[in-house]
Design a protein around this ligand. Structure first.
Ligand code: RFL
Length: 395
């Protein structure tokens, strides 16, 4: 009795995994605390790497994305009052896809639930994991659909895809788990403006007053970031102050002024990372932000969540249909190779963004050297482009 796989969390990781399992005729149930309408609107990421899009495409999950996503071919650094365009497509032949996370989630839910007939239960509460160190684990939950009763799902495997604030990570025994953490000691005010982008590409303002970022999301919506003290109160940032600060940190000779619009999201992110090792315990396997968080410095988080989903789907399918354990045994190691690579790049890029504002003349000097190297050394530019676009190797 029961279902082979219970997936906890309907973000990019959980929904991609669910779709891949359905396509291989492996039954699963997805449990999600929020409503469908909520997850289809929650704004977050927007940048997808080409390898991830190709992998979604191979699994029939990229039809809408390929029709609607914008393709970006360059980014631009602004420092010392000047503009430095970095044409990564010219250097590599590759590009970024810009597709807001809520659109991807909407596509994935529709495909899973409406097209492939997958079982997904929204609005669940108090999810608990049981007997993970046996071959008959289970997951229980309550919720409106259970009439307040606790419902138990028996399964063979549990996938913990419940993000940074979920419950599955806490099921790993502390004595056998290491959580490596890094705190940047920096805050970012994350903003969404109902305003058309002010440039055709991503802009990075590396300014003595702090970092500022401009990320086009759609013809009508633009994401902006402003470096601020960690724990700062968004109420300290009225609209006029936001736009004045963005304009001064992103301003450069010859650049048109920013196009203003109402700010529909304004929240402070404390920039930090963590990596959980190992990513599994007994029959529980973590994926995505549940296992590793990477601050949005290099726009890597959603890509890593998808990477895990592809690896874990292959591994579970091999185990459940052929009895082949090798994928599951090597899952954490395969995931973490890309995770650590992206963590290192984010740390490197953080210094480029934030070094000029560190209040330290030495760091300001080395930061400018890092930036200049990208525009004077073809080898440095190629290395940067490779990491910025994400390693192209098949997942
Ligand atoms: P998610 O997307 O957080 O999904 C987890 C789901 O689990 C649900 N949940 C539970 N369900 C059942 N039981 C429980 N106990 C549960 N607890 C939670 C949640 O409601 C949710 O639906 O995790 P996943 O799938 O691992 O995906 C990770 C990505 O969402 C994340 O890495 C990215 O959003 C990070 N990120 C970015 N990544 C990029 O690749 N490119 C970007 O440009 C980018 N920009 C960003 C970002 C993250 C941001 N924030 C807010 C953290 C910009 C921002 C502002």
């Amino acid at each position: 009795q029961g279902v082979p796989v219970v997936i906890i969390g309907a973000g990019p990781a959980g929904l991609t995994l669910g779709n891949l399992l359905r396509a291989a005729s492996v039954d699963c149930v997805v449990l999600e605390t929020e409503s469908r309408a909520f997850i289809e609107r929650r704004p977050r990421a927007g940048v997808l790497e080409e390898w991830a899009v190709r992998a979604l495409e191979r699994h029939g999950l990229a039809d809408q994305l390929l029709k609607r996503a914008e393709r970006h071919t360059a980014c631009e650094f602004r420092f010392d009052g000047r503009r430095y365009r970095f044409p990564y497509h010219e250097l590599t032949g590759r590009h970024h896809f810009v597709y807001p996370q809520p659109l991807l989630v909407t596509d994935l839910v529709r495909e899973y639930a409406d097209v492939r007939g997958g079982d997904i239960r929204f609005g669940v509460q108090d999810v608990r994991l049981h007997d993970l160190d046996t071959d008959r684990p289970s997951v229980s939950y309550t919720g409106p659909e259970t009439g307040g009763e606790r419902r138990v799902l028996r399964c063979a495997f549990v996938a913990g895809c419940d993000g940074a604030r979920g419950v599955t990570r806490a099921a790993l025994p502390p004595g056998r788990t290491r959580i490596a953490r890094h705190d940047y000691g920096i805050g970012w005010l994350a903003l969404l403006a109902e305003a058309p982008p002010s440039s055709d590409c991503v802009l990075f303002g590396c300014h003595p007053r702090g970092f500022a970022g401009h990320m086009p999301r759609s013809p009508e919506v633009t994401r902006y970031y402003l470096q601020c003290p960690p724990g700062d109160d968004p109420e300290n940032w009225p609209e006029d102050r936001v736009w004045a600060e963005l304009q001064s940190r992103l301003g450069a000779a010859g650049a048109p002024p920013l196009t203003r619009g109402p700010l529909v999201e304004k929240r402070v992110l404390d920039m930090h990372d963590y990596v959980v090792e190992p990513m599994a315990y007994g029959r529980l396997y973590l994926a995505g932000d549940a296992a590793h968080l990477v601050a949005p410095i290099a726009a890597k988080g959603m890509n890593l969540a998808l990477h895990d989903a592809f690896l874990l789907a292959d591994a579970l399918i091999a185990r459940l249909t052929e009895g082949d354990d090798r994928g599951l045994d090597g899952y954490g190691e395969a995931s973490l190779r890309r995770v650590w690579d992206y963590q290192e790049f984010s740390q490197w890029l953080s210094e480029v963004y934030h070094g000029a504002a560190a209040g330290d003349a030495f760091r300001a000097g080395t930061t400018v050297a890092r930036l200049r190297r990208l525009f004077t050394s073809p080898v440095a530019a190629a290395a940067f482009a490779e990491q910025y676009l994400g390693t192209a190797e098949r997942y």
